[in-house]
Design a binder for this molecule. Sequence first.
Ligand code: LLP
Length: 386
Amino acid sequence: IAGALRPRETPWWRAERERLLALATPGAPRYVYHLPTVRARARALAAIEAVDRRYYAIKANPHPAILAALVEEDFGLECVSLAELRHVFDAVPGLAPDRVLFTPSFAPRAEYDAAFALDATVTLDNVEALQRWPETFRGRALWLRVDLGRGEGHHEKVRTGGLASKFGLPVARIEEFLTAARALDARVTGLHAHLGSGVETAQHWRSVCDELGGIAERIGSIETIDIGGGLPIPYQDDDEPFDLDAWSAGLAEVRSAYPNYRLAIEPGRYLVAESGVLLMTATQVVEKGGIRRVGADAGMNALLRPALYDAYHGVHNLTRLEEAADAAFDVVGPICESGDVFGKQRRLPAATAEGDVLLVADTGAYGFAMANTYNLRALPAEEVLA
Ligand code: LLP
């Protein structure tokens, strides 16, 4: 039934509790990634017939084992910097350049030159670069990233469309772009849009596909339509899993109107978020003004999403997983900022104490990738469970 909702799965880490407890080291927070979960998500997307090409947005989690697994699952890799490009060729020996997409934003000229030299597929989203750097783009095949006039996503900071956004060429300037490209003998072979991250409505991609299809018909030289990433995952206990059936049914409907183009997607979060947990150790439990706080040896240095986007991640006491979560704690980190809070009034066992292992769920996407050394705290460690 279109729109039928899948039951929420039991997270993998419940069955792996003993292995995870053995990996936890006080003072050394660690991300752990579960490759079978990555592969399961990859296969769910690979089964969708309307989609011809799948790229993984490696910025979500560039761990080499994850890249290798996804290439094995027939995904290409989407990169946004020269360092990411170099990284994927190092991490996946023998990676075919035609599986690599370069979709940077305001990159310096040298990065475009290097991407062409590596034979990656290059996406450009403005006319100015063509005008200023004709020798970089002369005679090349290019993808064009357009701004469909609106942004979407879980937070204002991850919406990548609309005139106020730095991303994408406004649709009204496409003619101008094509004229500039023609003058350089450059061919526009792909059309790309990514409007944001953590988009909840399955119909979003249907309309992006429809809009890009319409534009492609007018351009004439387009071979591939790339409708971006942005697929959400259920972070909260009562969030429904994303309805892939409704998503693919919507795509299949519009796709049939544009049979001459390959349809591509480039998700990041959907593939890896649920595969990752952050293990940290409780440092102190302190009561103040009626609020009980448990501190951990990792904070916004290890996982920036709560501080940056007010993002929700489940927090569990892995040491006391069998005990009832019968008390409320604010879960905080060791960083000298008042925003260093994983979550407020979270349910944890009342006996939660120094030395307990705390698990932060669904941190496989944009977790380690955005970690930093603020307060000179070390980067978290990483471990992969095959
Ligand atoms: N394609 C492009 C061009 C992108 O800019 C992005 C993400 C993706 C694909 C993959 O989006 P995803 O499927 O992962 O939603 N740090 C934020 C998310 C920033 C996303 C940036 N671009 C967060 O933690 O929520």
